[in-house]
Write a protein that binds this ligand. Structure first.
Ligand code: PAF
Length: 280
């Protein structure tokens, strides 16, 4: 497995892989890799002969009061994880090289970015869409794999790819969970053992809504209430939103009847913000 830091090195390596007849898979990450990321890499490996993993803590997707400075950087562990999971190459640019001085171009995926996390993290999806567009241009992969835990991010990327005609197929891969059901996230590192237990109320809330939906209930207020009741029973959790949304548009729905929908939740637990979702 190679590690490169510049776009010309990345493009040369990808060109060599293509000359060798391999298709190219891509997994963009911000590092601090956990089993969820490794499952994305393994999925990309099933889909393509050559797998590029980017590791780049993207400054433009963090708000001024967010955790950019303290976001965990664990490159050596990440390198080993990528190798074991079957990556062919890590692309780890520096922010100074990757964003040209005076960069002033943004990709803003309107509408779909506005609600849910977009409401509470202004500018976040503009930063994500911009860096992912830059990474797609750099890697020129055939297929890219994203985790379904970041459901709105996945919808934003799908829309961007559709609207801007990026020649890349997007795969949304299932959320990987801790043994107690909490969705894996790099930010779980910030949680104490007690908080990790308290966080189980989030998947329990999603399960409550799913169980109600299975009985035939389609009314979004009832489904949301089922989830909110579970969240409210855990006082350490401070819910930010709990919405029933259309999977393609991310718009809140009044009823799930005849639509592909999900329940999406964001909560603060101490200083840590956690998100999760489930199909309904
Ligand atoms: O999901 C992430 O880790 C990031 O948002 C991504 C897609 C790598 C863009 O920086």
């Amino acid at each position: 497995m190679e590690v490169v830091h510049t776009i010309p090195e990345l493009r040369a390596a990808v060109a060599r892989a293509r000359q060798a007849g391999k298709s190219v898979g891509f997994v963009p990450t911000m590092g601090c890799l956990h089993e969820g990321h490794l499952s994305l890499i393994r999925r990309a490996k099933q889909e393509s002969g050559y797998v590029v993993v980017s590791i780049f803590v993207n400054p433009t997707q963090f708000g001024p009061n967010e955790d950019f400075a303290k976001y965990p950087r664990t490159f050596e562990d990440d390198r080993q994880g990528c190798e074991v999971a079957g990556a062919s190459l890590i692309f780890a640019p520096s922010a100074a090289d990757f964003y040209p001085a005076g960069a002033s171009t943004w990709v803003d995926v309107e509408g779909i970015s506005a609600g849910l996390c977009g409401e509470f993290r202004p500018g976040h999806f503009r930063g994500v869409a911009t860096v992912v567009a830059m990474l797609f241009n750099a890697a020129q992969a055939d297929v890219a794999v994203f985790g379904r835990k970041d459901l709105q991010q996945l919808a934003v990327i799908r829309r961007m790819v559709r609207d801007l005609h990026f020649p890349v197929r997007i795969i949304g891969h299932e959320t990987v969970r801790e043994p107690n059901g909490v969705a894996m996230s790099s930010r779980n590192r910030y949680l104490s053992a007690e908080q990790l237990t308290q966080a189980t109320a989030i998947p329990s809330a999603l399960s409550a809504a799913q169980a109600l939906a299975k009985t035939g209930v389609t009314d979004a207020v009832k489904l949301r209430t089922a989830a909110n009741d579970v969240l409210a029973a855990q006082p350490a959790l401070k819910p930010q939103y709990c919405e029933i949304v259309d999977l393609e548009t991310m718009a809140p729905v009044a009823s799930t009847a005849g639509k592909r929908c999900a329940i999406a939740v964001a909560c603060h637990l101490g200083a840590t913000r956690l998100i999760d979702n489930a199909d309904l």
